[in-house]
Design a protein around this ligand. Structure first.
Ligand code: APR
Ligand code: PHB
Length: 393
């Protein structure tokens, strides 16, 4: 067994773990990031790509915004399509000058990894049997194997940034966790295509046949989704069927039709809402998808992970620079307050735009009326805009 030492041991090299490592390093706090997958795998996962201002600011602090500045697309509005009727919400107007940036999460991961390694940060990919230990004491450690050698990483704190299926949450005694969960009876079939999107802004569509979303990966690709059954058989969805269904759910062929092109990736994403409380167990802190999941309607997953990391890195900084435990003591409460507001918004966007099987005529009318109200009320559009551009970090 080889023993190593760092200040903060980070489990997981997704956006949360990478951002934490970057921010700590910028403040002179050491960390080691342990990741079970290969660098190639981590750098090719496709996820949502709508960034709130708080996320953009953190990428700047992390010195990982050089490509974002050039390639990110500012979006000042978004569209809703209701049974083919399109309406736009001016995000900029209703949020008093704010906007979102469209830039793929895959690119963010690539940028964070290259900045971190380029500035001497340590990320161990392909780490096996990663395990947080003794985190109920002030001398926790993480054991793992790499290239068949056993390691023990001694640290002051462990950050569990290992996503929903990670090991950190599983090590916390069940009796100490409270779990809140909702599963949705539908999923998304997502495609990435070599074709321009139907509009230069995102379109959230609801239709008698279900939800569809038209997004993009600048400069030239479209990213689109169809509400589908969680057990959808991809073999029954050849490209022509996907394009036809996207066009049907968007509606009228005359107004900016769906452009077809080569489909580069296809996949089914399940939908769930999940929160574990609290986020701190002794010297182990959960952040990002390890602690909470939102359904993707509203694109909040990455942004929520980033606000956790802002609070957690500030807490560690306060500890190391000011010798104060106030930040780490308050981390869970502070992060959960924003998490629940974002859970609410993501649940609401999801519920109002998706059609459940056997939806009653009453429920259908209420849902459509909610959307009609949204698109006709300045107060409702302001509320949507405030949440979509992101509540303050
Ligand atoms: N040991 C080490 N690493 C692990 C382990 C483990 N036992 N289990 C999982 N991991 C790694 C995963 O391989 C992944 O790279 O932890 C990382 C977690 O990354 P994400 O799942 O991306 O979670 P997070 O960083 O919290 O990102 C939040 O980004 O990925 C999206 O859907 C996610 O939008 C959300 C946001
Ligand atoms: C995406 O571009 O992948 C995307 C955009 C907005 C969402 C979800 C996903 O709400």
């Amino acid at each position: 067994m080889i023993t190593k030492r760092t200040q903060v041991g980070i489990i997981g090299a997704g956006p949360a773990g990478l951002m934490l490592g970057r921010l700590l390093m910028e403040q002179g706090i050491s960390s080691v990031i342990l990741e079970t997958k290969t660098r190639d795998y981590v750098e090719s996962r496709i996820r949502a790509g709508v960034l709130e201002n708080g996320t953009v600011e953190l990428l700047k602090d992390a010195k990982a915004d050089y490509r974002l500045k050039k390639e990110g697309q500012t979006h000042n509005g978004l569209e809703f399509s209701i049974n083919g009727q399109r309406s736009r919400i001016d995000l900029n107007h209703f949020s008093k000058g704010k906007s979102v940036i469209v830039y793929g999460q895959t690119e963010i991961t690539i940028d964070l990894i290259s900045t971190h390694i380029g500035s001497g940060g340590e990320i161990i990919f392909n780490a096996d049997n990663v395990l947080p230990n003794k985190f109920d004491t002030s001398k926790p450690n993480i054991t793992y194997q790499h290239n068949n050698i056993n390691y023990q990483l001694d640290c002051d704190f462990i950050a569990g940034c290992d996503g929903f299926h990670g090991v950190s949450r599983l090590q916390i005694p069940i009796k100490d966790q409270t779990i809140f969960e909702r599963k949705y009876p539908y999923a998304w079939l997502g495609i990435l295509a070599e074709a321009p999107p139907p509009s230069n802004e995102l379109i959230y569509a609801t239709h008698e046949r279900g939800f569809a979303l038209f997004s993009m990966r600048p400069p030239s690709r479209s990213r689109s989704y169809l509400q589908c059954s969680p057990d959808l058989d991809l073999n029954k969805w050849p490209d022509t069927r996907i394009w036809d269904e996207l066009q049907t759910r968007l509606g009228s062929k005359t107004e900016s039709p769906v452009c077809e092109g080569k489909i580069l990736a296809k996949g089914v994403t399940p939908m769930r809402s999940f929160v574990v409380e609290p986020l701190r167990y002794g010297h182990l802190f959960l952040a990002g998808d390890a602690a909470h999941i939102v359904p993707p309607t509203g694109a909040k997953g990455l942004n929520l992970a980033m606000s956790d990391i802002q609070y957690l890195s500030d807490a560690f900084l306060n500890f190391y620079k000011n010798n104060s435990t106030a930040g780490i003591d308050n981390y869970s409460k502070k992060a959960l307050s924003r998490i629940w507001k974002t859970e609410r918004f993501s649940w609401w966007m999801t519920s109002v735009l998706h059609k459940i099987e056997n939806e009653s005529s009453f429920d259908n009318r209420i849902r459509l009326t909610e959307l009609e109200y949204l698109l006709s009320s300045e107060a409702a559009m302001s509320s949507l805009a405030e949440n979509y551009v992101g509540l303050p970090f």
